[in-house]
Design a protein around this ligand. Structure first.
Ligand code: ADP
Ligand code: MG
Ligand code: ZN
Length: 485
Protein backbone atom coordinates (compact mmCIF):
# COMPACT_ATOMS: atom_id res chain seq x y z
CA UNK A 1 0.00 0.00 0.00
CA UNK A 2 1.20 3.48 -0.79
CA UNK A 3 1.81 5.61 2.28
CA UNK A 4 2.17 9.34 1.62
CA UNK A 5 5.65 10.66 2.48
CA UNK A 6 4.29 13.05 5.10
CA UNK A 7 3.02 10.10 7.11
CA UNK A 8 5.75 7.66 6.23
CA UNK A 9 8.45 10.09 7.33
CA UNK A 10 6.79 11.43 10.46
CA UNK A 11 9.50 11.51 13.14
CA UNK A 12 9.00 8.74 15.69
CA UNK A 13 11.51 9.94 18.26
CA UNK A 14 12.57 13.32 19.57
CA UNK A 15 15.95 12.84 17.93
CA UNK A 16 14.31 12.57 14.51
CA UNK A 17 12.50 15.90 14.78
CA UNK A 18 14.01 18.62 12.66
CA UNK A 19 14.40 21.96 14.48
CA UNK A 20 12.03 22.88 17.35
CA UNK A 21 15.01 22.52 19.67
CA UNK A 22 13.41 24.29 22.61
CA UNK A 23 10.22 22.22 22.59
CA UNK A 24 12.18 18.98 22.24
CA UNK A 25 14.57 19.86 25.02
CA UNK A 26 11.88 21.02 27.44
CA UNK A 27 9.83 17.85 26.92
CA UNK A 28 12.72 15.41 27.02
CA UNK A 29 14.01 16.90 30.24
CA UNK A 30 10.54 16.94 31.77
CA UNK A 31 10.28 13.23 31.10
CA UNK A 32 13.74 12.43 32.38
CA UNK A 33 13.17 14.44 35.57
CA UNK A 34 9.60 13.27 35.94
CA UNK A 35 8.31 16.84 35.80
CA UNK A 36 5.77 16.65 33.02
CA UNK A 37 3.11 19.39 33.13
CA UNK A 38 -0.60 18.75 33.10
CA UNK A 39 -1.14 20.97 30.16
CA UNK A 40 0.94 22.19 27.26
CA UNK A 41 0.14 24.63 24.55
CA UNK A 42 1.97 24.04 21.28
CA UNK A 43 1.68 27.16 19.16
CA UNK A 44 3.12 27.64 15.70
CA UNK A 45 2.54 27.48 11.96
CA UNK A 46 0.99 24.43 10.39
CA UNK A 47 3.13 21.49 9.42
CA UNK A 48 5.97 22.27 11.81
CA UNK A 49 5.70 19.25 14.08
CA UNK A 50 3.08 20.00 16.77
CA UNK A 51 1.02 16.82 16.37
CA UNK A 52 4.19 14.84 15.74
CA UNK A 53 5.83 15.97 18.96
CA UNK A 54 2.61 15.53 20.95
CA UNK A 55 2.57 11.87 19.82
CA UNK A 56 6.23 11.38 20.65
CA UNK A 57 5.52 12.82 24.08
CA UNK A 58 2.68 10.32 24.49
CA UNK A 59 5.03 7.50 23.56
CA UNK A 60 7.75 8.69 25.90
CA UNK A 61 5.23 8.83 28.75
CA UNK A 62 3.86 5.38 28.12
CA UNK A 63 6.87 3.53 26.76
CA UNK A 64 7.69 0.35 28.64
CA UNK A 65 11.44 0.81 28.27
CA UNK A 66 12.23 4.49 27.64
CA UNK A 67 15.87 5.48 27.16
CA UNK A 68 17.05 8.90 28.26
CA UNK A 69 13.67 10.55 27.71
CA UNK A 70 13.19 8.89 24.33
CA UNK A 71 10.56 6.25 23.58
CA UNK A 72 11.98 2.88 22.52
CA UNK A 73 9.74 2.68 19.46
CA UNK A 74 9.40 -1.08 19.60
CA UNK A 75 7.42 -1.92 22.73
CA UNK A 76 3.74 -2.72 22.61
CA UNK A 77 2.68 0.78 23.67
CA UNK A 78 5.00 2.60 21.26
CA UNK A 79 3.75 0.45 18.40
CA UNK A 80 0.11 0.99 19.34
CA UNK A 81 0.59 4.77 19.48
CA UNK A 82 2.30 4.76 16.08
CA UNK A 83 -0.56 2.73 14.68
CA UNK A 84 -3.18 4.99 16.22
CA UNK A 85 -4.74 2.23 18.30
CA UNK A 86 -3.65 3.21 21.79
CA UNK A 87 -6.69 3.66 24.04
CA UNK A 88 -5.09 6.28 26.27
CA UNK A 89 -4.25 8.66 23.44
CA UNK A 90 -7.25 10.72 22.53
CA UNK A 91 -6.91 13.10 19.63
CA UNK A 92 -9.63 15.65 19.20
CA UNK A 93 -9.93 18.03 16.32
CA UNK A 94 -11.42 21.16 17.82
CA UNK A 95 -12.31 22.39 14.37
CA UNK A 96 -14.97 19.72 14.05
CA UNK A 97 -15.72 19.02 17.75
CA UNK A 98 -16.05 22.52 18.96
CA UNK A 99 -19.18 22.34 21.04
CA UNK A 100 -19.54 22.19 24.77
CA UNK A 101 -20.89 18.66 24.63
CA UNK A 102 -17.63 17.44 23.19
CA UNK A 103 -15.68 19.07 25.95
CA UNK A 104 -18.08 17.74 28.59
CA UNK A 105 -17.47 14.32 27.15
CA UNK A 106 -13.76 14.84 27.62
CA UNK A 107 -14.28 16.07 31.14
CA UNK A 108 -16.25 13.02 32.04
CA UNK A 109 -13.81 10.69 30.38
CA UNK A 110 -10.77 12.11 32.11
CA UNK A 111 -12.07 11.03 35.45
CA UNK A 112 -11.20 7.48 34.47
CA UNK A 113 -7.65 6.38 34.98
CA UNK A 114 -5.54 5.27 32.04
CA UNK A 115 -6.63 1.96 30.56
CA UNK A 116 -3.42 0.54 29.26
CA UNK A 117 -0.58 2.93 29.87
CA UNK A 118 0.72 5.15 32.62
CA UNK A 119 -0.68 8.39 31.23
CA UNK A 120 -3.76 9.48 29.37
CA UNK A 121 -2.93 12.09 26.78
CA UNK A 122 -5.42 14.39 25.12
CA UNK A 123 -4.24 16.15 22.00
CA UNK A 124 -6.57 18.98 21.19
CA UNK A 125 -5.82 20.16 17.68
CA UNK A 126 -6.78 23.62 16.43
CA UNK A 127 -7.61 24.56 20.01
CA UNK A 128 -8.40 28.13 19.02
CA UNK A 129 -11.53 26.87 17.25
CA UNK A 130 -13.29 25.88 20.47
CA UNK A 131 -16.39 27.82 21.39
CA UNK A 132 -16.35 30.02 24.44
CA UNK A 133 -18.45 27.57 26.40
CA UNK A 134 -16.19 24.71 25.45
CA UNK A 135 -13.20 26.79 26.55
CA UNK A 136 -14.80 27.38 29.92
CA UNK A 137 -15.56 23.72 30.38
CA UNK A 138 -11.97 22.92 29.48
CA UNK A 139 -10.79 25.52 31.94
CA UNK A 140 -12.49 23.71 34.79
CA UNK A 141 -10.64 20.58 33.85
CA UNK A 142 -7.35 22.39 33.66
CA UNK A 143 -7.92 23.97 37.05
CA UNK A 144 -8.25 20.62 38.74
CA UNK A 145 -6.34 18.34 36.46
CA UNK A 146 -6.96 14.66 37.05
CA UNK A 147 -3.83 12.72 37.93
CA UNK A 148 -1.88 10.94 35.20
CA UNK A 149 -3.48 13.05 32.51
CA UNK A 150 -1.71 15.38 30.09
CA UNK A 151 -3.41 17.87 27.80
CA UNK A 152 -1.67 19.10 24.70
CA UNK A 153 -3.44 21.99 23.06
CA UNK A 154 -2.20 22.73 19.57
CA UNK A 155 -2.92 25.93 17.71
CA UNK A 156 -1.84 27.92 14.73
CA UNK A 157 -3.44 31.03 16.21
CA UNK A 158 -1.94 31.71 19.56
CA UNK A 159 -3.63 35.08 20.02
CA UNK A 160 -7.06 33.50 19.89
CA UNK A 161 -6.50 31.37 22.98
CA UNK A 162 -8.09 32.87 26.09
CA UNK A 163 -5.61 34.24 28.63
CA UNK A 164 -7.15 32.14 31.39
CA UNK A 165 -6.29 29.02 29.42
CA UNK A 166 -2.85 30.30 28.51
CA UNK A 167 -1.95 30.87 32.12
CA UNK A 168 -2.68 27.25 32.94
CA UNK A 169 -0.55 25.77 30.18
CA UNK A 170 3.14 25.54 29.68
CA UNK A 171 3.62 27.27 26.35
CA UNK A 172 5.97 25.98 23.70
CA UNK A 173 6.37 28.03 20.57
CA UNK A 174 7.04 26.18 17.33
CA UNK A 175 8.85 28.04 14.60
CA UNK A 176 8.91 27.79 10.86
CA UNK A 177 11.75 25.61 9.66
CA UNK A 178 14.70 27.15 7.88
CA UNK A 179 15.28 26.40 4.23
CA UNK A 180 18.45 24.46 4.89
CA UNK A 181 16.69 22.35 7.53
CA UNK A 182 13.95 21.50 5.08
CA UNK A 183 16.42 20.70 2.30
CA UNK A 184 18.39 18.45 4.61
CA UNK A 185 15.26 16.51 5.51
CA UNK A 186 14.16 16.24 1.89
CA UNK A 187 17.58 14.88 0.97
CA UNK A 188 17.23 12.11 3.53
CA UNK A 189 13.84 11.17 2.14
CA UNK A 190 15.19 11.19 -1.42
CA UNK A 191 18.00 8.89 -0.39
CA UNK A 192 15.63 6.52 1.37
CA UNK A 193 13.30 6.49 -1.62
CA UNK A 194 15.97 6.33 -4.30
CA UNK A 195 14.86 9.63 -5.79
CA UNK A 196 17.30 11.47 -8.05
CA UNK A 197 17.29 15.12 -7.22
CA UNK A 198 18.82 18.43 -8.15
CA UNK A 199 19.87 20.31 -5.02
CA UNK A 200 18.47 23.48 -6.55
CA UNK A 201 15.10 21.76 -6.92
CA UNK A 202 15.00 20.89 -3.24
CA UNK A 203 15.71 24.52 -2.39
CA UNK A 204 12.89 25.52 -4.65
CA UNK A 205 10.53 23.19 -2.79
CA UNK A 206 11.74 24.54 0.54
CA UNK A 207 11.15 28.10 -0.59
CA UNK A 208 7.66 27.30 -1.81
CA UNK A 209 6.76 25.64 1.50
CA UNK A 210 7.41 28.77 3.52
CA UNK A 211 8.86 26.99 6.53
CA UNK A 212 6.26 24.23 6.70
CA UNK A 213 7.79 20.76 6.67
CA UNK A 214 4.54 19.00 5.87
CA UNK A 215 4.04 21.05 2.72
CA UNK A 216 7.63 20.46 1.68
CA UNK A 217 7.44 16.71 2.17
CA UNK A 218 4.07 16.44 0.41
CA UNK A 219 5.31 18.50 -2.49
CA UNK A 220 8.35 16.26 -2.81
CA UNK A 221 5.98 13.30 -2.83
CA UNK A 222 3.89 14.72 -5.68
CA UNK A 223 6.88 15.91 -7.67
CA UNK A 224 8.76 12.66 -7.50
CA UNK A 225 5.65 10.90 -8.76
CA UNK A 226 5.27 13.45 -11.54
CA UNK A 227 8.96 13.18 -12.45
CA UNK A 228 8.93 9.39 -12.21
CA UNK A 229 11.59 9.28 -9.54
CA UNK A 230 13.35 12.50 -10.52
CA UNK A 231 13.05 15.90 -8.93
CA UNK A 232 14.39 18.67 -11.15
CA UNK A 233 13.92 22.40 -11.36
CA UNK A 234 12.54 22.22 -14.84
CA UNK A 235 9.96 19.63 -13.81
CA UNK A 236 8.87 21.76 -10.88
CA UNK A 237 8.49 24.75 -13.15
CA UNK A 238 6.40 22.64 -15.48
CA UNK A 239 4.35 21.00 -12.73
CA UNK A 240 3.52 24.16 -10.85
CA UNK A 241 3.66 26.64 -13.69
CA UNK A 242 6.03 28.92 -11.85
CA UNK A 243 9.54 30.02 -12.73
CA UNK A 244 12.51 29.07 -10.55
CA UNK A 245 14.13 31.56 -8.24
CA UNK A 246 17.14 31.71 -10.50
CA UNK A 247 14.97 32.86 -13.35
CA UNK A 248 13.15 35.39 -11.22
CA UNK A 249 16.49 36.79 -10.07
CA UNK A 250 17.85 36.97 -13.59
CA UNK A 251 14.73 38.86 -14.53
CA UNK A 252 15.16 41.27 -11.65
CA UNK A 253 18.73 41.95 -12.75
CA UNK A 254 17.55 42.68 -16.27
CA UNK A 255 15.15 45.24 -14.83
CA UNK A 256 17.82 46.82 -12.65
CA UNK A 257 20.05 47.08 -15.69
CA UNK A 258 17.24 48.54 -17.80
CA UNK A 259 17.80 45.83 -20.37
CA UNK A 260 14.40 46.40 -21.87
CA UNK A 261 14.78 44.14 -24.89
CA UNK A 262 15.95 41.14 -22.94
CA UNK A 263 13.35 41.68 -20.25
CA UNK A 264 10.58 41.82 -22.83
CA UNK A 265 11.84 38.65 -24.44
CA UNK A 266 11.96 36.98 -21.07
CA UNK A 267 8.39 37.86 -20.15
CA UNK A 268 7.00 36.84 -23.52
CA UNK A 269 8.80 33.54 -23.32
CA UNK A 270 7.55 32.91 -19.78
CA UNK A 271 4.01 33.83 -20.75
CA UNK A 272 4.11 31.70 -23.85
CA UNK A 273 5.23 28.72 -21.82
CA UNK A 274 2.09 29.11 -19.76
CA UNK A 275 3.70 30.21 -16.52
CA UNK A 276 1.56 31.89 -13.95
CA UNK A 277 2.40 35.58 -14.31
CA UNK A 278 0.59 36.59 -11.17
CA UNK A 279 2.81 34.23 -9.23
CA UNK A 280 5.88 35.55 -11.04
CA UNK A 281 4.84 39.00 -9.87
CA UNK A 282 4.68 37.77 -6.25
CA UNK A 283 8.07 36.13 -6.53
CA UNK A 284 9.59 39.22 -8.07
CA UNK A 285 8.15 41.41 -5.32
CA UNK A 286 9.59 39.05 -2.76
CA UNK A 287 13.06 39.22 -4.31
CA UNK A 288 12.95 43.01 -4.42
CA UNK A 289 11.67 43.14 -0.87
CA UNK A 290 14.45 40.96 0.52
CA UNK A 291 17.10 42.86 -1.41
CA UNK A 292 15.70 46.13 -0.07
CA UNK A 293 15.76 44.69 3.41
CA UNK A 294 19.33 43.59 2.93
CA UNK A 295 20.35 47.00 1.65
CA UNK A 296 18.54 48.90 4.39
CA UNK A 297 19.58 47.00 7.49
CA UNK A 298 22.79 47.21 9.44
CA UNK A 299 22.63 43.59 10.45
CA UNK A 300 20.45 41.90 7.85
CA UNK A 301 21.62 38.46 8.99
CA UNK A 302 19.41 38.81 12.03
CA UNK A 303 16.25 39.31 10.03
CA UNK A 304 16.66 37.38 6.81
CA UNK A 305 18.59 34.60 5.16
CA UNK A 306 21.44 36.44 3.50
CA UNK A 307 22.78 34.70 0.40
CA UNK A 308 25.73 35.35 -1.87
CA UNK A 309 23.26 36.79 -4.29
CA UNK A 310 22.46 39.61 -1.87
CA UNK A 311 26.08 40.25 -1.00
CA UNK A 312 26.89 40.56 -4.65
CA UNK A 313 24.30 43.29 -4.98
CA UNK A 314 25.35 45.22 -1.91
CA UNK A 315 26.00 48.33 -3.99
CA UNK A 316 22.61 48.64 -5.65
CA UNK A 317 21.31 52.08 -4.80
CA UNK A 318 18.26 51.94 -2.57
CA UNK A 319 16.59 54.49 -4.79
CA UNK A 320 16.79 52.18 -7.75
CA UNK A 321 15.24 49.39 -5.72
CA UNK A 322 12.49 51.57 -4.36
CA UNK A 323 11.68 52.73 -7.84
CA UNK A 324 11.63 49.18 -9.15
CA UNK A 325 9.44 48.13 -6.27
CA UNK A 326 6.95 50.84 -7.10
CA UNK A 327 6.84 49.86 -10.73
CA UNK A 328 6.38 46.17 -9.93
CA UNK A 329 3.68 46.92 -7.38
CA UNK A 330 1.54 48.49 -10.05
CA UNK A 331 1.58 45.36 -12.21
CA UNK A 332 -1.28 43.57 -10.49
CA UNK A 333 -3.45 46.64 -10.35
CA UNK A 334 -2.73 47.30 -13.96
CA UNK A 335 -3.45 43.68 -14.88
CA UNK A 336 -7.07 44.18 -13.89
CA UNK A 337 -7.75 46.44 -16.80
CA UNK A 338 -5.50 44.70 -19.30
CA UNK A 339 -3.90 41.27 -19.30
CA UNK A 340 -0.90 40.34 -17.20
CA UNK A 341 1.49 40.17 -20.10
CA UNK A 342 0.68 43.72 -21.15
CA UNK A 343 0.91 44.94 -17.57
CA UNK A 344 4.36 43.37 -17.29
CA UNK A 345 5.43 44.85 -20.60
CA UNK A 346 4.42 48.29 -19.47
CA UNK A 347 6.32 47.86 -16.23
CA UNK A 348 9.41 46.76 -18.13
CA UNK A 349 9.24 49.85 -20.27
CA UNK A 350 9.02 51.96 -17.14
CA UNK A 351 12.22 50.42 -15.84
CA UNK A 352 14.18 52.08 -18.62
CA UNK A 353 15.18 54.83 -16.25
CA UNK A 354 16.42 52.53 -13.47
CA UNK A 355 19.78 52.49 -15.17
CA UNK A 356 20.14 56.20 -14.61
CA UNK A 357 19.84 55.69 -10.88
CA UNK A 358 22.50 53.00 -10.76
CA UNK A 359 26.17 54.01 -10.64
CA UNK A 360 28.28 52.79 -13.48
CA UNK A 361 30.48 50.51 -11.42
CA UNK A 362 27.44 48.55 -10.28
CA UNK A 363 26.14 48.22 -13.78
CA UNK A 364 29.33 46.57 -14.82
CA UNK A 365 29.06 44.18 -11.93
CA UNK A 366 25.50 43.28 -12.82
CA UNK A 367 26.07 42.65 -16.45
CA UNK A 368 28.88 40.30 -15.61
CA UNK A 369 27.04 38.62 -12.77
CA UNK A 370 23.94 37.94 -14.79
CA UNK A 371 26.04 36.14 -17.32
CA UNK A 372 25.42 32.53 -16.29
CA UNK A 373 28.86 31.33 -17.30
CA UNK A 374 30.58 33.65 -14.91
CA UNK A 375 27.86 33.18 -12.37
CA UNK A 376 28.89 29.59 -11.94
CA UNK A 377 32.55 30.17 -11.45
CA UNK A 378 32.96 31.64 -8.01
CA UNK A 379 36.55 32.77 -8.48
CA UNK A 380 35.85 34.57 -11.69
CA UNK A 381 33.27 36.71 -10.01
CA UNK A 382 35.96 38.06 -7.73
CA UNK A 383 37.91 39.23 -10.73
CA UNK A 384 35.17 41.47 -12.04
CA UNK A 385 36.97 44.66 -12.85
CA UNK A 386 35.82 48.12 -12.29
CA UNK A 387 37.45 50.08 -15.13
CA UNK A 388 37.45 53.24 -13.07
CA UNK A 389 39.55 51.56 -10.40
CA UNK A 390 41.98 50.25 -13.00
CA UNK A 391 42.29 53.60 -14.70
CA UNK A 392 42.65 55.47 -11.45
CA UNK A 393 45.56 53.32 -10.38
CA UNK A 394 47.45 53.68 -13.64
CA UNK A 395 46.72 57.17 -14.89
CA UNK A 396 47.96 60.51 -13.69
CA UNK A 397 45.39 62.29 -11.61
CA UNK A 398 44.52 64.98 -14.13
CA UNK A 399 43.83 62.59 -17.00
CA UNK A 400 41.78 60.37 -14.73
CA UNK A 401 39.68 63.26 -13.48
CA UNK A 402 38.99 64.37 -17.02
CA UNK A 403 37.66 60.91 -17.77
CA UNK A 404 35.67 60.74 -14.60
CA UNK A 405 33.96 64.00 -15.29
CA UNK A 406 33.12 63.21 -18.87
CA UNK A 407 29.82 61.84 -20.03
CA UNK A 408 29.93 58.08 -20.48
CA UNK A 409 27.79 55.27 -21.72
CA UNK A 410 28.07 51.59 -21.22
CA UNK A 411 27.11 48.76 -23.54
CA UNK A 412 28.02 45.24 -22.48
CA UNK A 413 31.46 45.76 -21.04
CA UNK A 414 32.50 48.58 -23.34
CA UNK A 415 32.53 52.10 -21.99
CA UNK A 416 32.30 55.03 -24.33
CA UNK A 417 33.47 58.39 -23.06
CA UNK A 418 32.17 61.53 -24.70
CA UNK A 419 34.95 64.06 -24.60
CA UNK A 420 35.64 67.34 -26.27
CA UNK A 421 38.35 67.88 -28.80
CA UNK A 422 41.04 69.21 -26.53
CA UNK A 423 40.21 67.25 -23.41
CA UNK A 424 42.65 64.52 -24.32
CA UNK A 425 45.36 64.18 -26.89
CA UNK A 426 45.54 61.20 -29.23
CA UNK A 427 48.47 60.06 -27.16
CA UNK A 428 46.43 60.22 -23.97
CA UNK A 429 43.70 58.16 -25.59
CA UNK A 430 46.11 55.49 -26.72
CA UNK A 431 47.62 55.38 -23.27
CA UNK A 432 44.16 54.84 -21.78
CA UNK A 433 43.31 52.15 -24.27
CA UNK A 434 46.52 50.35 -23.43
CA UNK A 435 45.48 50.30 -19.79
CA UNK A 436 41.86 49.39 -20.40
CA UNK A 437 41.20 48.11 -23.92
CA UNK A 438 37.39 48.23 -23.69
CA UNK A 439 37.31 52.02 -23.78
CA UNK A 440 35.94 53.95 -26.73
CA UNK A 441 36.08 57.66 -27.25
CA UNK A 442 33.62 59.88 -28.95
CA UNK A 443 35.21 63.25 -29.57
CA UNK A 444 33.07 66.34 -29.98
CA UNK A 445 34.29 69.49 -31.68
CA UNK A 446 35.70 72.08 -29.35
CA UNK A 447 33.62 74.84 -27.92
CA UNK A 448 35.17 77.66 -26.02
CA UNK A 449 35.05 77.67 -22.24
CA UNK A 450 33.35 80.52 -20.43
CA UNK A 451 36.44 82.36 -19.32
CA UNK A 452 38.39 81.50 -22.41
CA UNK A 453 39.88 78.50 -20.64
CA UNK A 454 40.47 75.32 -22.62
CA UNK A 455 37.47 73.03 -22.03
CA UNK A 456 39.38 70.38 -20.11
CA UNK A 457 40.56 72.95 -17.63
CA UNK A 458 36.96 74.00 -17.12
CA UNK A 459 36.09 70.43 -16.36
CA UNK A 460 38.70 69.94 -13.66
CA UNK A 461 38.76 73.45 -12.31
CA UNK A 462 37.52 72.61 -8.85
CA UNK A 463 40.35 70.12 -8.32
CA UNK A 464 42.62 72.97 -7.52
CA UNK A 465 42.23 75.17 -4.54
CA UNK A 466 43.65 78.22 -6.26
CA UNK A 467 41.67 79.76 -9.04
CA UNK A 468 42.83 78.85 -12.48
CA UNK A 469 42.97 81.72 -14.85
CA UNK A 470 43.75 81.87 -18.50
CA UNK A 471 47.07 83.15 -19.85
CA UNK A 472 45.49 86.40 -20.95
CA UNK A 473 43.98 87.00 -17.54
CA UNK A 474 47.24 86.18 -15.84
CA UNK A 475 49.18 88.52 -18.06
CA UNK A 476 46.69 91.26 -17.33
CA UNK A 477 46.90 90.65 -13.59
CA UNK A 478 50.68 90.79 -13.67
CA UNK A 479 50.60 94.14 -15.26
CA UNK A 480 48.33 95.80 -12.70
CA UNK A 481 49.23 94.27 -9.35
CA UNK A 482 52.81 93.29 -9.88
CA UNK A 483 52.26 89.97 -8.21
CA UNK A 484 53.38 86.91 -10.15
CA UNK A 485 54.74 83.43 -9.83
N1 ADP B 1 9.89 19.39 12.81
C1 ADP B 1 9.67 18.41 11.90
N2 ADP B 1 10.64 17.51 11.61
C2 ADP B 1 10.43 16.54 10.70
N3 ADP B 1 9.29 16.38 10.03
C3 ADP B 1 8.28 17.24 10.27
C4 ADP B 1 8.42 18.29 11.22
N4 ADP B 1 7.28 18.99 11.26
C5 ADP B 1 6.45 18.41 10.38
N5 ADP B 1 7.03 17.36 9.77
C6 ADP B 1 6.42 16.53 8.71
O1 ADP B 1 5.12 17.04 8.47
C7 ADP B 1 4.13 16.12 8.84
C8 ADP B 1 3.02 16.81 9.60
O2 ADP B 1 3.51 17.35 10.78
P1 ADP B 1 2.57 17.68 12.03
O3 ADP B 1 3.32 17.36 13.25
O4 ADP B 1 1.24 17.02 11.87
O5 ADP B 1 2.41 19.25 11.87
P2 ADP B 1 1.48 20.23 12.71
O6 ADP B 1 0.75 19.43 13.73
O7 ADP B 1 2.42 21.23 13.30
O8 ADP B 1 0.58 20.87 11.70
C9 ADP B 1 4.83 15.07 9.65
O9 ADP B 1 4.24 13.83 9.46
C10 ADP B 1 6.24 15.10 9.08
O10 ADP B 1 6.30 14.34 7.91
MG1 MG C 1 -1.32 18.97 13.60
ZN1 ZN D 1 8.47 1.91 23.84
Amino acid sequence: MYIPFARKYRPRKFSEVVGQDVAVRVLKNAIKLNKVSHAYLFAGPRGTGKTTIARILTKALNCLQPVDGEPCGVCENCLAIDKGSFPDLIEIDAASNRGIDDIRAIRDAVSYTPIKGKYKVYILDEAHMLTKEAFNALLKTLEEPPPKTVFVLCTTEYEKIMPTILSRCQRLIFSKLREDQIVENLKKICQAEGIQYEEEALYMIAKLSDGGMRDAVSLLDQLSTYGEGKVEVELIEEFLGIPSQERVRDFMLLLLESQVDSALNFIRDISQKGFNLSRLCDLLQEEIRTLLLYRSLREPEKVMQVEDFHRKLSQVPINALLYLEKVVNTIKLDARSRDFLKAFELAIIKTQIVKDIVPISDLIKYSLSSNPRINQAEEKREEVVNPFKVLESKLDKLTFEILKRSKYEIKGDVITFYIREKDLSAEDMNRIKAIYPKVEFSVEAEEKGAEGLPPFVEKVKDMFSAKIISHEQRDKGKGSSGKGT
